[in-house]
Design a protein around this ligand. Sequence first.
Ligand code: HEM
Length: 410
Amino acid sequence: MTSASTAPLFNPFDPAFRADPYPFYDVLRTQDPVHVSPLGFTVLTRYEDIARALRGAEFARDIEAHTPPPVDPVRLRRRENFQRRIAEGRTSKSILNLDPPDHTRLRRLVTQAFTPSAIERLRPRVQQLVDHVLDRAAERGSIELVEELAFPVPFQVISDLLALPTDRTDEVRDWSQCLTASLEPTADEATLDASEAAAMQMGDYLREVVEHRRRNLGDDLLSGLLQVEESGDRLTTAELLSFVVLLYVAGHETTVNLIGNGTLALLRHPDQLRLWAENPGMDAQAIDELLRYDGPVQQTVRVPLQPVRFGDVEVPANTMVMTVVGAANHDPAVFDDPHTLRLDRPNARNHLAFAAGVHYCLGASLAKLEASVAIGSLIRRFPDVELAGEPRWRDRLTIRGVDHLPLTTR
Ligand code: HEM
């Protein structure tokens, strides 16, 4: 671990912070748990405060509606462009960026497809995809985990769910990566422009797919969403498109990192890898601990609608509050010995890796299913699996993950 003792308290530009943020979170949590950053937002690192902000009705998720226009001209232009496209009916805020009652209405429409029992029905398909990849690894004696397993499996599953073609995988992947790059607190003008362009290209592509599906309905999720739209006049095309974009982005920018980060954590703790390989019954518990230990989403944001007091600090209304769930998940007030990976940790499932409250991750059951089948099958089939080179981390703070993980499976 890096020494954070002399570093500024919250400096997302520091490469050491991005490489291993946990020691920095510890310093913040102990020295300044409600940190007013010179970057213009408040940073929360205590579990209790973060859970309160995520669950409380006095906190909003729709930043645009509840914060003043950005001072930075690039961010201002971006916001104005987005608002113009909304007014023209070409796009819409996604479920993730809405507050009740609009959020409640959209969430009710799309929830059915993601219930644990609906997701459980996908298990044989996920297992088939994973086994196919592992068969190839067995033949070769090696696997590059991210490219061969962690990315393609969730991508194929979300494409299956929506019955979307997979002929433009590379473009969809590039667009998704551009979109999530803009979530970084350090995003510069080029990154923000690229993300705006990607949103438009992805929207155009999906609009074509949706129009085609409208004329060729099937029994997939997209057809289901279209029929809800037709019959009840409830889901507009723009809402449908922004939901599908979100599913795609969430479908491959997060689960891929759970599989990557989770496998790496196990390789670095061989006793825990063995424990899980020998006890398949602990799948769910193991995945929760991997989510807690090094989760793919490190932070999200909320906006208090009125002044809110955390301890002796009052956070003003209508300002950005960064809820660092990665720090909450390592808070010793909740998790004993938090930097130790313990797959049998009794309260691991209290982690906030999927957030909490009304925006609690809609895809949580799907992500857990995919990761437990992918990692569980890998370590049971290849109990001696080893690193075959240095893992490479993507240089990101909000969505944290390895993007290269070569393994030997002999
Ligand atoms: C390990 C993988 C995943 C992680 C760590 C994760 C994390 C999160 C988090 C933290 C949020 C809430 C953000 C906030 O409150 O500001 C969220 C929301 C969401 N996630 Fe996930 N996610 C994952 C996988 C998925 C998958 C596979 C899907 C769907 C295919 C998905 C769909 C969504 C949707 C639609 C929302 C918005 C829910 C709402 O606003 O009501 N996620 N996710």
